[in-house]
Design a protein around this ligand. Structure first.
Ligand SMILES: [Zn+2]
Length: 253
């Protein structure tokens, strides 16, 4: 099993918000691009393809040459990586990033009870829950991000995006279109302003991605704790990440 579990899957609106803040000429493709790397949950691309500097630069080069109409999409991917980097790897000049630093012993213990997995996997799951906390607080304050994200997906030619991924990564076109559809379903099908929809999201995602059943009661407890942990520092995290963005494409996991 070589799958990397180190990436965020619950951070869609936060990525869109980051893009909105760093880009005065935001468009639908940039918003979609800012979420796209996590389409790795579908298996259509690897976690490296769109999260490592090298892979992102290769995708840039491919789009420039073969599908220049998607150049905004590539730009959005750079925004994605910038925010993932402060969440995963480096925050305020220290390591690891915000999401890992905020996994308290209490949250870790609760996670081990929720999904019976290795310590490593529990930490990875913990970072997703912390990111969910940030996304939750952000949406409570800025529910209009839901419209921004949903409209951006609606405005994007999804079959064409599927074709782009299929051509670039040598995957079947049908498989790529299914992946794109599943991915946008995960982004739009849950009203993430409320905890119960977060529970439903995590249960569905764990089933889809990890192929495991998760107990709703425990998922809710971990989310409650994560919302509490992030309550007083989520905004500082976002502002710090936005302020430190320098336009460079960097490794994000
Ligand atoms: Zn990511």
């Amino acid at each position: 099993m070589s799958r990397c579990y180190n990436s965020s899957k619950m951070f869609f609106h936060t990525h869109a918000y980051f893009s909105q803040r760093v880009d005065k000429q935001l468009d639908a493709l940039k918003v979609v691009g800012s979420m796209l790397p996590d389409i790795a949950v579908t298996g259509i691309v690897s976690w490296e393809n769109m999260h490592k500097r090298q892979g992102v630069l290769e995708f840039f080069a491919y789009v420039k040459k073969s599908a220049p109409e998607f150049i905004s999409l590539a730009q959005g991917i750079a925004y994605h990586c910038a925010l993932d980097r402060t969440s995963h790897l480096e925050y305020k000049n220290s390591h690891p990033g915000y999401a890992y630093v905020n996994i308290t012993p209490e949250l870790f213990k609760l996670l081990k009870k929720t999904i019976d997995v290795s310590d490593l996997r529990a930490r990875q799951s913990g970072h997703n829950i912390i990111e969910a906390g940030v996304n939750y607080h952000l949406l409570r304050e800025k529910p209009e991000l839901i419209t921004l994200v949903n409209n951006s997906l609606l405005e994007t030619d999804m079959p064409k995006l599927g074709k782009l991924l299929s051509d670039c990564y040598g995957k079947g076109e049908k498989e790529a279109v299914v992946a794109v559809n599943n991915f946008s379903m995960f982004i739009t099908d849950y009203d993430l302003r409320g905890i119960d929809e977060w529970v439903r999201f995590f249960v569905d995602m764990n089933k889809y991605y990890l192929k495991i059943d998760t107990d709703e009661v425990y998922v809710k407890k971990t989310l409650e704790l994560a919302f509490e942990i992030t309550k007083n520092n989520w905004k500082e995290y976002l502002e710090t990440s936005i302020a430190s963005f320098d336009g460079e494409v960097k490794d994000s996991n």
